[in-house]
Design a protein around this ligand. Structure first.
Ligand SMILES: [Zn+2]
Length: 141
């Protein structure tokens, strides 16, 4: 067998295997994204429909990957609701979103160091209501 035909036989097989690997990887990425999305939606429905429990919850990264990038929260005191873009939250992407609740404060109710607690309502794909009214303590200086 000459160099030429060997290249054709093996080269073709390698190419085919590489293409299959690429497709399988794309398929897996899609599957993970779908799973993340379903997980985020399940959590969101539980929060909105039953009011929790908020734990366990998907992570920031899972919500973003699943396309559910906005977290809607409500102030326990003034009942103002606002949407937070998860991609702007300076936390590791593997942080479960229930952990964010304790650090979110309502700007309009805040008095000095004290701010009333907030609770999470649901996750949305797009910004559903006002933003910027809520701040993460690490973002305000
Ligand atoms: Zn408030």
């Amino acid at each position: 067998m000459g160099t030429k035909s060997r290249e054709v036989i093996w080269g073709g097989q390698i190419m085919g295997a590489k293409i299959r690997a690429k497709h399988a990887r794309e398929e897996a990425t899609r599957a993970v994204r779908e799973a993340d999305r379903a997980e985020a939606q399940a959590w969101s429905v539980r929060m909105e429909g039953y009011g929790g429990p908020s734990q366990p919850s998907p992570t920031i990264g899972q919500c973003l990957n699943g396309g559910m990038g906005w977290l809607e929260v409500e102030c326990n005191k003034c009942k103002t609701r606002a949407s937070l873009p998860l991609d702007a939250i300076r936390r590791p992407r593997d942080t479960p979103i229930w952990k964010l609740e304790a650090s979110l404060k309502c700007r309009s109710c805040r008095k000095g160091r004290y701010a009333p607690p907030v609770h999470m309502i649901k996750l949305t794909e797009t910004q559903s209501i006002t933003r910027y009214k809520w701040v993460h303590p690490s973002e305000e200086r």
